[in-house]
Design a protein around this ligand. Structure first.
Ligand code: KG4
Ligand code: ZN
Length: 354
């Protein structure tokens, strides 16, 4: 089955083409530079950029997937490419409403114009199922056994699920305030660094002492699987707020390492607690923050210690927002015959729950 997937839930305009779960093309038009000077995602800017980019990105994905020879314009590539597509998958939510709307409307328009089936995908399920996405050679070959414990850590979500099988999830824990990626982004902003802060903090932390600044691990001792990062952020803020710029600059690596460690410790503590409680057969982790090598190392340690295999998307672009993961989730929904029944009445769902 050939699927065109569209993802516009935040600040990246993404389209991908998959053959079942194998990626034929995965195009991402990042808006990072547009938002960077504001220190975060500005909804109006995101909306405009998505509107401008959506057609070129879809056209590029189809062109790459099917090796379409040179055409006059974007519409001609889409006309040609859509002939080979069986279904369209689109992110319905959760995410930024006006951003989601652009992708959902385009998917509806294409589904009607070219008479294709439409699949509505939950963004968080997309992140989880990025672990099932393969390249065009069918790699990596993974035998993921259930029940699995799945952790998704991004700029918008920090969630733990028990997964009985593909399509069956029970939310067992989540952040009560900020997401882990958001917590990293906010700390970077406090230190006068760029956006997104996660990768910058990772780089700085490489040369820092993670025990240098004493920071709390909120909820660490509570016997649940929830997270909280706002107390950590506040503690960090009060500790450095009166520091002169020069001192922050001088201690930047130690600050980054200490803060990153506090965020990751919180993630690991609850991950371990959930493993001990639910005894899963596999571990899955995904989301933008999983682009971080230190977190991946810590998670691999847990996997080894507990003797349970862990799976994380190998490629960076399958961890951060992308449409290939939406196509993968869409494929499994198609197998279950979960298509949109009434295309006209389909609406974005910014608060969608999995
Ligand atoms: O999954 P994603 O692209 O978008 C959401 O669904 O939110 O995640 C973006 C988040 C941002 O907070 C960003 O700072 C974080 O992922 N991130 C990282 C790294 N790369 C991206 N955090 C830590 N280390 C990284 N290398
Ligand atoms: Zn995401």
């Amino acid at each position: 089955m050939k699927i065109l997937a569209i993802e516009t839930s935040c600040d990246d305009t993404c389209a991908a083409v998959l053959n079942n779960t194998s990626v034929l093309s995965n195009v991402i038009s990042s808006q990072t530079d547009l938002h960077a000077k504001w220190g975060g995602v500005v909804p109006d800017i995101a909306k405009r950029a998505h509107s401008e980019n959506i057609e070129p990105v879809i056209s590029e994905a189809l062109k790459k997937a099917f090796n379409i020879s040179k055409k006059e314009n974007v519409t001609d590539y889409i006309d040609e490419g859509m002939k080979s597509i069986d279904a369209i998958a689109v992110t319905l939510g959760p995410g930024l409403a006006i951003a989601l709307g652009i992708g959902v409307n385009k998917a509806k328009e294409l589904a009607k114009k070219y008479n294709k089936k439409l699949i509505a995908v939950n963004h968080v399920e997309g992140h989880i199922l990025a672990n099932f996405t393969k390249n065009k050679f069918g790699k990596p070959h993974r035998e993921i056994k259930f029940p699995a414990l799945a952790m998704t850590v991004s700029g918008g979500h920090t969630k733990l699920f028990m997964m009985e099988e593909i399509g069956k999830y029970t939310l067992i824990g989540e952040t009560l305030d900020d997401a882990a990626g958001e917590a990293l982004d906010k700390a970077a902003k406090m230190m006068g660094l760029g956006y997104p802060g996660g990768p910058i903090i990772e780089r700085l932390a490489l040369n820092g002492n993670s025990d240098w600044l004493k920071l709390p691990r909120p909820l660490a001792n509570q016997k649940n699987f929830d997270y909280s990062f706002s107390g950590l952020k506040t503690s960090f803020y009060y500790q450095i707020k009166d520091w002169p710029k020069e001192k922050i600059a001088e201690k930047m690596s130690d600050l980054a390492a200490s803060y990153q460690k506090a965020v990751f410790d919180s993630l690991i503590v609850k991950f371990k607690r959930a493993i001990n409680f639910y005894m899963p057969t596999s571990l899955l982790a995904s989301g933008g923050v999983l682009a971080n090598q230190e977190l991946r190392k810590e998670l691999r340690k847990v996997s080894k210690e507990m003797n349970i295999p862990i799976f994380m998307p190998v490629k960076k672009e399958l961890n951060t927002d992308n449409a290939a993961m939406i196509g993968t989730a869409g494929y499994y929904k198609a197998l279950r015959n979960e298509f949109v029944e009434d295309i006209d009445s389909l609406d974005r769902d910014p608060r969608a729950q999995l």
